[in-house]
Design a protein around this ligand. Structure first.
Ligand SMILES: Cc1cc2nc3c(=O)[nH]c(=O)nc-3n(C[C@H](O)[C@H](O)[C@H](O)COP(=O)(O)O)c2cc1C
Ligand SMILES: CCCCC(=O)C(=O)O
Length: 360
């Protein structure tokens, strides 16, 4: 009898058994000694939840609206690259599961399916688009226009990558490129109206540039370039949170890139309260990194996040069971959030507050 996959950790084990070991290492791994990778999860374990009793709260409400996008639960799918390494349908499968879960998928700029094709595969899905600003601003603008045209409802600008993180396991495995026939489809030259003449030639793919020259000026340029709300992803310093507000961003996204960029950045849940204080309610604050359980979601929201995002759990779902696997992972998280809130004695995610969390 095949064992039932009951938790995200079960899905990780199932994914590991199915994936090429070098691809598993790419998905699971982090930068340097993986201090930050470990810290993200460990920090949640160090936080306790202190429930209230006898509140007669009933079944809790867990839906939220974020930048005009309604979600059935306060959990987004973080942008992650290369989904076709996990499943032949790649980002299309992920988007279909996201549509069924009524949440938001942040499509990576490094997706292996073009954003137009992801949108077409899952018409009901709410998509946001993740961007690494390319120094060639005309090319950056072409990508932004493609995301807008595909119907993406927000632009998530990743700012923790002035250089690519060094992942030792990828070096050992010699993993530095996608296999034959797989490409970053959002990096093709042109307007995304690829293969207009039907000859199968969709134009050259440019390499992703992670440039240390990107600055606040580029955020200003983007702000003028698009009417989409801009979410700044990868903010960890409270001073940068305040600067971001001066530059007109619509939301902040606290992230250390799942420990894949600068190693030894502290756990995101430990950084969250200071960022929330710096923002002072001006814009929503999102957070990701190490969220594996409904109780982790509840802790992050209690500490002031408007919603959280999950990266690797979605990859594990995809690798273990394609669209159904992602759907199951999202459903498990939804159930766990609802269950944790019920056990906390709360009627709604809106009732979460810092007094519920104790450092153990
Ligand atoms: C395999 C993988 C690929 C990723 N690719 C991207 C990406 O293309 N763009 C981006 O902004 N973040 C990327 N990230 C970071 C995630 O968006 C997110 O910050 C991180 O995975 C959260 O941590 P978690 O995996 O513990 O949930 C990637 C993460 C992983 C694990
Ligand atoms: C060039 C793609 C970058 C993907 C990424 O951000 C990651 O692997 O963490």
């Amino acid at each position: 009898m095949t064992a039932v996959l009951a938790t995200i950790r079960d899905f990780e084990a199932a994914a590991r058994a199915r994936l090429d070991p070098a691809h598993y290492d790419y998905f699971a791994g982090g930068a340097g000694d993986e201090v930050t990778v470990k810290a993200n999860e460990a920090a949640f374990a160090r936080l306790g939840l202190l429930p209230r009793v006898l509140r007669g709260a009933g079944t809790p409400q867990i839906g939220v609206t974020l930048l005009g996008s309604r979600m059935a639960m306060p959990v987004l799918v973080a942008p992650t690259a290369f989904h076709r390494l996990a499943d032949p349908e790649g980002e299309k499968a992920t988007a279909r599961a996201v549509a069924a879960a009524e949440t938001i998928m942040i499509v990576s700029m490094a997706a292996t399916v073009a954003v137009e094709d992801v949108a077409a595969a899952a018409p009901g899905a709410t998509l946001w688009f993740q961007l690494y600003v390319q120094p060639d601003m005309a090319f950056t603008e072409a990508i932004v226009r493609r995301a807008e045209k595909a119907g993406c409802a927000a632009l998530v600008v990743t700012v923790d990558s002035p250089a690519r993180g060094r992942r030792d396991q990828d070096v050992r495995n010699g993993f530095d490129d996608l296999p034959e026939g797989m490409h970053c489809e959002n990096l093709r030259d042109g307007d995304g109206d690829h293969d207009a003449d039907g000859d199968g030639d969709r134009g050259p793919v440019r390499p992703i540039v992670m440039s240390p020259a990107i600055s606040w000026e580029h955020v200003d340029l983007l702000r003028r370039m698009t009417r989409l709300p801009i979410v700044l992803k990868g903010v960890t310093h409270p001073a940068d949170a305040r600067l971001a507000l001066d530059h007109g961003v619509s939301a902040l996204y606290v992230s250390n890139h799942g420990g894949r960029q600068l190693d030894t950045v502290p756990a995101t849940v430990d950084l969250l309260p200071e960022i929330v204080a710096a923002v002072g309610g001006a814009v929503p604050v999102l957070v990701d990194g190490g969220i594996r359980r409904g109780t982790d979601v509840v802790k992050a929201l209690a500490l002031g996040a408007s919603a959280v995002a999950v990266g690797r759990p979605v990859i594990w779902g995809l690798a273990a069971g394609g669209e159904c696997g992602v759907a199951r992972v999202l459903e498990m998280l939804r159930d766990e959030v609802e269950h944790a809130l019920t056990l906390c004695g709360l009627a709604s995610v809106r009732d979460l507050e810092p007094g519920l969390v104790r450092r153990c």
